[in-house]
Unconditional design. Structure first.
Length: 246
């Protein structure tokens, strides 16, 4: 990693009651970096993101900008400009696209930062399709549009670190490509990205660095282009199934 570290985890562990799901992880996301965590179902990828966001209790060290955070909470992480787009997107179906976006900017508004119009213009520039559908109820959007809205809503909070949980899940290949192009363009907006994906090929193609998570532990990590050529990664994650998925 050549940039300044933004997020650092050391001996980071997460348990569900007595069962530890994520074991003693070390992970870094540098400023302006796109880092991906790949791995099979149940490896602990969502658990990891949810714990970083403060949705689950964790142990070990979590630092943002070099500053240790003893007990991450969602409010605290939002205030520190960290955002999460959860796997289930969690949009408000009975609300319009525009209202969902405004809610994403609410914490900023409450802090007195009244730049929601400018933020929304930025989001519409990135996702012109959302602007066309700004009055539409979000429940009636297509899967790809919902994913775009979920990312757009998170961007309304102007995060420095955006965590994405399987943004390609359930999307058609062409839309997957569109979503990954957008992930790549987030870097130019000054947003660092921690991307959890089962679509290993597409994730490694867009990322700078990657971690392979297996049974709650880091099995392998390195530059994304090196992982794309790693025999073990190819055999396990980029085989025929991986190609199809990509
Ligand atoms: P997927 O790609 O299928 O979402 P994942 O890598 O994100 O998988 P997690 O959902 O983080 O994996 O799950 C990691 C482990 O923690 C699994 O063994 C899962 O059964 C367990 N787990 C997840 N949520 C809970 C929960 N609420 N209570 C108890 N165990 C859980």
């Amino acid at each position: 990693m050549s940039t300044k570290p933004l997020l650092e985890l050391e001996s980071f562990a997460v348990s569900y009651g007595p069962v530890e799901a994520v074991h003693q992880i070390a992970l870094t996301v540098g400023e302006g970096e796109i880092v991906t965590v790949i791995g099979p179902n149940g490896a602990g990828k969502s658990t990891l993101l949810n714990a970083i966001m403060g949705l689950l209790p964790s142990s070990g060290e979590l630092r943002l900008d070099g500053q240790g955070i003893a007990r991450p909470t969602v409010e605290g992480m939002v205030a520190r400009e960290v955002g999460l787009v959860p796997e289930k997107r969690e949009l408000f179906g009975e609300m319009s696209v525009e209202d969902n976006l405004l809610l994403g900017g609410f914490a900023r508004w409450r802090r007195g930062q009244r730049d929601q119009k400018a933020r929304m213009a930025e989001v519409f520039k990135l996702f012109p399709r959302l602007e066309e559908r700004r009055a539409q109820l979000s429940a009636t959007l297509s899967g790809g549009e919902r994913q775009m809205l979920a990312i757009g809503r998170a961007l309304m909070a102007r995060p420095r670190l955006l965590m994405l949980d399987e943004p390609s899940l359930g999307l058609a290949p062409l839309i997957v490509r569109e979503v990954f192009n957008i992930v790549a363009s987030l870097r130019n907006m000054g947003v660092s990205v921690l991307l959890v994906e089962q679509n290993a090929r597409a994730a490694l193609q867009v990322a700078d660095r990657g971690y392979v998570l297996e049974m709650g532990a880091v099995a392998l990590s390195g530059q994304a282009r090196d992982l794309l050529h790693d025999r073990r990664v190819i055999e396990t994650y980029l085989g025929v199934g991986g190609k199809k998925a990509a």
